[in-house]
Design a protein around this ligand. Structure first.
Ligand code: GLY
Length: 370
């Protein structure tokens, strides 16, 4: 299939599936053709939330119809609260009512919540039907729509029920970012900064010189920035689809970040928590002699330049308790990701007292007091 005009395509090849991530501007009307190129579906069910659906579902439904599929639409109330068992069950019932078979396709149109929820519904409906991810937030474009993690939250915690289930295609129309709240756009930049720190000094320098928040969705290089982020994630998931090794590096900033997120009852955005977690870990690594002071200073500077927090004033005991109850804990230890330099990180196994020391060294100590 030839790519639509002015698009970038990143090819993902994991053991369970190969697929293309198509990135462009004004390409929502290509969703039908790009979906048709991946499957022989008779029906296509768009799953979207109450914020995104009124903006974009008409054009997507129209393009699916023009590509010869019978389109359906299921919507749910926007917000993380919907990412639970009840909405999931309603969506499965909705797919059955719409008459979808396992040869048909689910189109996840929205941000991270929609991608996770619709992806998990597709992974389990009739033991798995195809899903095409159409991310409409920056965070979903650069991270959650690629790599096949799908999940819902349980009352015991976030993302506790889920599956690795790769999409058949990802279609990212960066023009959708024009309708995103600038604060949410900035929040997503936390994951972009993380990608620069873990794998790409050039991307990091670009963020230092020209923070993405300066021009926001109008940035003329945004397609290139999204493409580079998708390539970084692609290289990692191609090498380790199920997070047995190198994929763990994508958790950079997440150990302390998740604790901040949980303590805020998920009121602070995920990207902001990752950014703060990344700065805290970088400062702790300087104190432990793991990386140079310049590394932490550059990370703090770029995080602040995107309007994101560089520290947390939460109680260290609480941070340790929440970080230690992370689902990624293995017995008495957990794997954390530490920056060595810009572009290089390492996975390190620590026990809870060691994590507590890192929290003491890195949290609540930023010189600008943010
Ligand atoms: N968001 C981290 C991962 O997909 O592994």
């Amino acid at each position: 299939m030839s790519k639509p005009m002015a698009c970038e395509v990143v090819h993902v090849s994991v053991p369970s599936r190969t697929y293309d991530v198509t990135i462009g501007r004004g390409i929502l009307d290509q969703v039908g053709l790009l979906t048709r190129a991946t499957c022989n579906a008779t029906r296509a069910c768009v799953i979207s939330d109450s914020n995104v659906s009124p903006l974009y579902s008409d054009v997507v439904i129209d393009s699916l119809g023009k590509a010869g599929m019978e389109p359906h639409l299921l919507t749910f109330p926007a917000g993380e609260r919907s990412k639970g068992i009840r909405t999931y069950s309603d969506l499965l019932e909705g797919l059955a009512k719409a008459g979808l078979t396992r040869d048909d396709v689910v189109v996840a149109l929205g941000g991270g919540v929609t991608g996770d929820l619709a992806g998990f519904a597709a992974a389990t409906y009739m033991r798995g039907c195809a899903v095409v991810q159409v991310p409409t937030s920056l965070l979903a474009m650069v991270d959650s729509s690629v790599g096949g993690k799908t999940a819902i939250d349980l009352s015991a915690g976030k993302n506790l029920a889920g599956a690795f289930f790769q999409p058949s295609a990802v279609i990212a129309d960066v023009d959708c970012l024009r309708t995103i709240d600038p604060l949410l756009f900035a929040d997503s930049c936390g994951e972009v900064i993380k990608h620069g720190v873990l794998a790409d000094p050039s991307l990091f320098e670009r963020l230092e010189e020209r923070p993405l928040t300066d021009e926001g969705p109008g940035d003329d290089d945004l397609i290139g920035v999204v493409r580079r982020n998708v390539e970084i994630k692609r290289d990692i998931v191609d090498a380790d689809e199920r997070e047995g090794g190198v994929r763990q590096t994508l958790n950079l900033g997440h150990t302390i970040g998740h604790a901040i997120e949980a303590a805020s009852d998920f009121k602070i955005g995920h990207g902001s928590c990752v950014a703060a977690g990344l700065c805290c870990m970088a400062r702790a690594c300087v104190a432990k002699g793991i990386c140079d002071e310049e590394v932490a200073e550059r990370i703090e500077h770029v995080v602040a330049a995107h309007g994101l927090p560089t520290d947390t004033d939460l109680d260290h005991e609480l941070l340790l308790e929440l970080a230690g109850s992370d689902k990624k804990r293995h017995g008495d230890t957990l794997n954390i990701v530490v920056p060595l330099s810009i572009g290089h990180v390492e996975v390190k196994k620590v026990d809870l007292p060691e994590l507590g020391e890192l929290i003491d060294l890195g949290c609540g100590v930023a010189s600008d007091g943010r």
